[in-house]
Design a protein around this ligand. Structure first.
Ligand code: DX5
Ligand code: ZN
Length: 222
């Protein structure tokens, strides 16, 4: 089994103190920092843009994992890559020319991620496996932190892992939404190796470092 990567989501941190949150996650040993970019159109919420990613680049050596929940994501790929994104993930539901957009991400120098909403089938993967570095299975409907994990996503994660294993090289399988110590073991057992977590990290009563440690412990029980 691959080592599990923890990706704290800034969406659940104090919006007035992103720099502090980024440094706390790095100190806690989280390998990735997850940025939830929302446009008020693809999802019913608005967050922030590439300026925030760029401003934080000097505060963290973590892998910057940028999750674009926006319409026309192809228009923003270069801007986020230039801002310092290491991984750029776009939604299949938001993209008409998906294969082109995934190659555009690699062309911009980032790793190419694809995200699927809970109700989106896995068939979309069939002809683009060569173009993928990461698959993000949404385990809640995107738009907000603090929602409940959807249990029907567990068989989807298993099936996704089987499909990804047919790719010519390793593709990470990330999960996002409702990931806490009570769900982390199950998703890792199902095949996830990158865990995004907002409220279970930043909402942990003992602070984000304990939240990250709790996730890692749950993951290691898989
Ligand atoms: C939801 C976002 C998530 C969110 C997860 O639309 O993509 O990254 O921050 O939050 P929790 O971990 O609280 O479900
Ligand atoms: Zn996300």
């Amino acid at each position: 089994m691959r080592p599990v990567t923890i990706a704290p989501s800034l969406l659940s941190s104090d919006f007035a103190a992103f720099g502090e949150a980024a440094r706390a996650c790095e100190r806690a040993g989280a390998e990735y920092l997850h940025f939830d970019i929302m446009d008020g159109a693809f999802v019913p919420n608005i967050t922030f843009g590439p300026g925030v990613v760029q401003a934080l680049r000097g505060h963290s050596k973590a892998v910057f994992d940028v999750h674009l929940m926006i319409e026309h994501p192809d228009r923003w790929i270069e801007a986020f890559a230039e801002a310092g994104a290491d991984i750029i993930t776009i939604h299949a539901e938001a993209c008409i020319h998906l294969q082109r957009a995934l190659s555009q991400i690699r062309g911009a120098g980032a790793r190419a991620g694809l995200s699927l909403n809970p109700a989106t089938p896995l068939d979309v993967l069939d002809y683009i496996l060569d173009d993928l570095d990461l698959l993000l299975i949404m385990t809640v409907n995107p738009g907000f932190g603090g929602q409940h994990f959807i249990p029907a996503m567990l068989p989807k994660i298993e099936q996704a892992r089987q499909k990804l294993d047919r790719a010519p090289r390793w593709v990470d399988l990330e999960v996002d939404g409702g990931i806490a110590s009570n769900t982390a073991t199950d998703v890792v057992r199902a095949g996830a190796n990158v865990l995004v977590a907002g409220s279970s990290v930043f909402g942990h009563p003992d602070g984000p470092a304990t939240g990250v440690a709790a996730l890692r412990e749950a993951a290691s029980a898989a």
